[in-house]
Ligand binder design. Structure first.
Ligand code: SF4
Ligand code: SF4
Length: 447
């Protein structure tokens, strides 16, 4: 069984793993964010009063900027734009569209002509960019840019099907119900990169999914379905690469330095869709769960649907949530409001009551138990970094490797003293980055 050093076993709460994927009816209005990916946000190319169709481009980035277009998930009329607060407090522009419920597709939606095997890397990349495909595991890096930067530098593709965060089962259901889409997308990526080896990495709590994938892959010298030990954070890129290849990647090195490039299962399925039907990324599978929602499940949700509308379609609330988290409980982010719309990177919506709230310990003191050190997958000394961050000594926090922290939260989860270690480390990282930017700006001014 493939695994990595450190990490921890977390109660899984995979309450929705047996719930088949259901389509949710699109709401009366969607608010589609122009900040869907890492890179430059999109600028709206539609205005109030414009008629739009499903799959029509409504936002673009300038040529040469990192980013890809955003498309409408419904047909109807543009009402205007609104500003929402993202989970980090950033302000995001959304295009608001009134849904005519006719689901009229854009005439531009058609699969690319010709066989994929005869397409060049640039042709494949341009289809993926035009379809607005970004990493769907949460990081939201534009997939075309990942392929471009990996081309010529990698000899292996890894499909990340670990889904190691508690609660989330969207990828599990995708693998069970549509394994051919994941494998099809993977083959397209392999063709674009000219790569002859791929691993599909599945945690061993999803053996049923691994069997379905293996059946689709069949006898292959190129693609292997690999069972990974169920342990958090198995889905972290560095841990996946270590588990599968034995190569350790310190901070500053990228997966391609180990000859690997990693794509999430949902991203592969979106690539498959773009090549088989021409439909861009306008909807995705989202696990809606937690102890507050009446009908939890795995739903196909249009991009831009607000959480409040999702909750209504899921039968409403059985109790008041104190937190709405996009993503998993370990690395996801709590949102400011239930009016936040679903984005391309939203794998799950967790609606959690106070039963899941861990009350912060007032003035917690480290008891030097060493659990955070023993479990850190990056082999850091989290207690020291957190302590330096608390004291405002960022130079020491950096010296102890703060920037190598992948913010998996394993240290905080295991700390018996209840110290919010990862929050202190995040704060140190932000301060260190701010200082680095300040110094870079000064140097630029001087030169
Ligand atoms: S220090 Fe960072 S990488 Fe290590 S366990 Fe804590 S959050 Fe994870
Ligand atoms: S786990 Fe908590 S109490 Fe134990 S050494 Fe780390 S910071 Fe200190």
């Amino acid at each position: 069984m493939y695994t990595f050093k450190g990490g921890t076993h977390i109660k899984e709460y995979k309450l929705t793993k047996d719930y088949e994927i259901e389509r949710i009816e699109a709401p009366d209005r969607v608010a589609i964010s122009m900040s869907q990916h890492i890179g430059a946000p999109c600028t709206p190319v539609v205005a109030a009063g414009d008629e739009v169709l499903v799959g029509q481009v409504i936002g673009t980035v300038p040529d040469g900027a990192l980013g890809c277009p955003v498309h409408s998930s419904v047909s109807g009329k543009v009402v205007g734009t609104e500003i929402i607060s993202g989970s980090t407090g950033n302000r995001e522009t959304c295009v608001v569209i009134e849904n005519d419920k006719e689901d009229r597709p854009s005439p531009e939606i058609k699969p690319p002509e010709g066989r994929i095997t005869e397409m060049t890397k640039d042709e494949i990349v341009s289809v993926i960019r035009a379809a607005g495909i970004t990493g769907m595991g949460g990081a939201s890096f534009p997939s075309y840019a990942k392929i471009n930067s990996a081309a010529g530098h990698v000899d292996r593709v890894i499909v990340n099907c670990a889904e190691c965060e508690p609660f989330i089962t969207a990828d599990h259901r995708l693998l069970l119900e549509h394994p051919e889409r994941v494998v099809g997308g993977l083959k397209t990526i392999m063709i674009s990169l000219g790569v002859k080896e791929a691993f599909i990495a599945v945690e061993d709590n999803k053996k049923d999914a691994a069997r379905r994938l293996a059946a689709v892959v069949g006898q292959s010298d190129m693609i292997s379905v690999c069972l990974m030990k169920t342990k958090y954070p198995q889905g972290d890129e560095r841990q996946l690469i270590y588990a599968l290849t034995g190569t350790e990647l310190p901070m500053g090195m990228l997966p391609m330095d180990a000859g690997c490039v990693i794509f999430n299962a949902g991203t592969c399925a979106a690539i498959y869709e773009a090549f088989s039907t021409g439909m861009p990324l306008v909807k995705r599978i989202v696990t809606v769960t937690g102890d507050c929602v009446k009908k939890p499940g795995n739903y196909i949700i249009p991009i831009g649907m607000k959480v409040s509308d999702v909750v209504n379609k899921c039968g409403g609330l059985v109790r008041e949530p104190i937190k709405a988290v996009f993503g998993g409980p370990m690395m996801g982010r709590a949102e400011f409001s239930l009016d936040t719309p679903v984005k391309k990177g939203t794998s799950a919506i967790l609606l959690l009551s106070e039963l899941f709230d861990t009350k912060p310990t007032p003035d917690p003191e480290c008891i030097r138990c060493g659990k955070c050190v023993a479990n850190c997958p990056m082999r850091l000394m989290p207690a020291y970094i957190a302590q330096y961050s608390r004291l405002g000594d960022m130079a020491s926090a950096e010296k102890f490797g703060a920037m190598s922290c992948v913010e998996c939260g394993t240290c905080s989860y295991n700390c018996p003293a209840g110290i919010e270690i990862v929050q202190y480390i995040r704060s140190a990282k932000n301060n260190i980055k701010a200082e680095q930017r300040r110094i870079a700006a000064l140097r630029q001014k001087e030169s």
